[in-house]
Design a protein around this ligand. Sequence first.
Ligand SMILES: [Zn+2]
Ligand SMILES: [Zn+2]
Length: 125
Amino acid sequence: MHFTESETADLGRAVLRGEVVGCPTCNARLLVERSSHMGVRTERVFLYCKPCRKDGLFSPEAVADSWTPQQAKAIIDGFRRDRIARCPEDQSILNVIEDPTLGSSYLDVTCPLCGRTATSPSADR
Ligand SMILES: [Zn+2]
Ligand SMILES: [Zn+2]
């Protein structure tokens, strides 16, 4: 048994926003597994309800669009301040890579839902 496509999409998006998700049928807390794949910027979300034995696999497609320079700057500044950043388009919690070998302030930010991405310093210069 599977969740419907729209249930799976709603649940998957909620997971990427950092929410705890419950089964739409029985309300039990779902088991959630996120996975990323080489060369793909978005993350897949596998959802499973034990009591109902229902599952769903949400695999978002990266959009061709990118954040505006203003959005990218706000994201990076926000992350430096709060240590957490959300996508301004879909409110997903962004994946942030800090790589000191590329400079002490280097950040690489990617949205697991829409695949938009930004790097700093280049983004805020
Ligand atoms: Zn259930
Ligand atoms: Zn996004």
